[in-house]
Design a protein around this ligand. Structure first.
Ligand code: PLP
Length: 449
């Protein structure tokens, strides 16, 4: 990698002068200037290389710069860059066909968006129009996006500064055995009590007022929470009994992340609406969407659907999705994600937990793992408090900095370190990352009692 610090400084200076960044106090950030990326790595202008254990925002499932996807975008750009959603376009038809083929059950109609938040916006619009009801139920431990309704659905603290007016959203607790809200002492009990809790929330809200329940199939940013066996089927049954639309948000969990095409495939559950983005084309061009069941699609057979986007089904985005899905099939990337999780990442992380008292729990599947860090394994006191900032968050900030110093780009959230490399991560890369984590966790161990 050729270093060019002067070019890096110019990129950084222009960024600081003109780019307004997401989620940040603009005067307090110091973004890394990135010179390039390939596969599981990216590098800066000083010649430093990073192993990307974040997959950026958990979206580069196929790795950086996959040649087949890059070529498909180039080819599509030379053919037809853009065309309005009302027309039938070959790559759009093919992308929809492939997504419909991969999604479970009768989710056979695809509404394309530019990302995950818009997918959730449209899913709840469909649910409200289909049922004629207003309320939507979502969990506290969730992230569903940053647009008006999607951020209202979100349970994490990013919702708080965005709560304006009435949203029609009601939050409830999903299952989380390690920190049970239900005083459960087994996964089975957690499942049973979480379902009883949801049933009670619906009863007290009035079932006839509830349009939809939306869940992340495996909760992502809020903790990589894998649902206990029976939970999703239980929610499906509750929704059916009350005529409530069941939406699964697979924006982060979908397209190979959990070692199946969709996380719902692990539990054989079919929602009424499934939202996707990120891994559908690894974010090479912005794309998301809603996969729609026959019954909900039928609602809009004679009645116009009152929603649309200039770039719905954008040809460049669709061409990159077609190439991504085909490459993932040809190269068995989903099978690889499952296998590397079962054989290397899962066992490797559990082995780290044997040596590092700061690890309270290891959980996940595929290339979707979290280390929950604690000050004390018995009390499970988190390494940093919920939503900690500044000095209170110091131990996690130190940990992230120590990873970066050693060439590992981490994904940290609250008191957790998420291990979310691309689905294509090799065994050697996975082991390289685990070895760096072993070193940095020794530093974090110093905070344990
Ligand atoms: N839903 C989930 C589960 C997500 O993880 C995200 C993004 O992280 C979103 C929705 C929002 O997607 P986007 O940022 O593409 O709008």
């Amino acid at each position: 990698i050729a270093a060019d610090p002067t070019a890096g400084q110019a990129v950084k200076a222009a960024d600081r002068a003109h780019v307004f960044h997401s989620w940040s106090a603009q005067g307090l950030i110091d973004p890394l200037a990135v010179a390039g990326a390939e596969g599981s790595y990216f590098w800066d202008y000083d010649g430093r290389k990073y192993l990307d254990f974040s997959s950026q925002l958990v979206n580069t499932n196929i790795g950086h710069q996959h040649p087949k996807v890059v070529a498909a975008i180039q080819q599509q750009a030379a053919t037809l860059c853009t065309f309005a959603p009302a027309f039938a376009i070959d790559v759009r038809s093919e992308a929809a066909r492939l997504v419909a083929e991969l999604t479970p059950g009768d989710l056979d109609k695809i509404f394309f968006t530019n990302g995950g938040a818009e997918a959730n916006e449209n899913a709840i619009r469909m649910a409200r129009l289909h049922t004629g009801r207003q309320k939507v139920l979502s969990t506290y431990r969730s992230y569903h996006g940053a647009t008006a309704n999607a951020i209202a659905l979100t349970g994490d603290p990013r919702r708080w500064p965005n709560e304006t007016g009435t949203s029609g959203v009601v939050h409830f607790w999903g299952p989380y055995a390690y920190r049970s809200n239900f005083h459960a002492d087994s996964e089975a009990q957690e499942c049973e009590r979480a379902l009883a809790h949801l049933e009670q929330v619906i009863a007290f809200e009035g079932p006839q007022t509830v349009a939809a329940v939306i869940l992340e199939t495996v909760v992502g940013t809020a903790g990589i929470l894998v649902p206990p066996a029976g939970y999703l089927a239980g929610v499906r049954e509750i929704c059916d009994r009350h005529g409530i639309v069941f939406i699964l948000d697979e924006v982060m969990a979908g397209f190979g992340r959990t070692g199946e095409w969709f996380a719902a495939d692990h539990w054989d559950v079919t929602p009424d609406l499934l939202t996707f983005a990120k891994g559908v084309n690894s974010g090479y061009v912005p794309l998301g969407g809603v996969a729609i069941s026959e019954r909900i699609a039928a609602t809009f057979a004679e009645r116009p659907y009152p929603g649309g986007l200039t770039y719905s089904g954008h040809p460049l985005a669709c061409a990159s999705a077609v190439a991504t899905i085909n490459a993932m099939r040809e190269e068995q990337i989903v099978e690889h994600a499952r296998e590397i999780g079962e054989r290397v990442l899962g066992p490797g992380l559990r082995e780290l937990a044997e040596r590092h008292p700061v690890i309270g729990e290891v959980r996940g599947m595929g290339v979707f793992w979290a280390l929950e860090l604690v000050r004390d394994r018995d009390t499970r006191e988190p390494l940093v408090p919920y939503n900690a900032a500044g000095p209170a968050n110091q131990p996690m900030a130190e940990l992230a900095a120590a990873c970066k110093q050693r060439g590992l780009w981490p994904f940290v959230n609250m008191n957790r370190l998420h291990v979310v490399p691309p689905c294509t991560v090799s065994e050697a890369e996975a082991k390289e990352g685990l070895a760096i984590l072993d070193e940095v966790l020794t530093i974090a161990d110093a905070h344990t009692g």
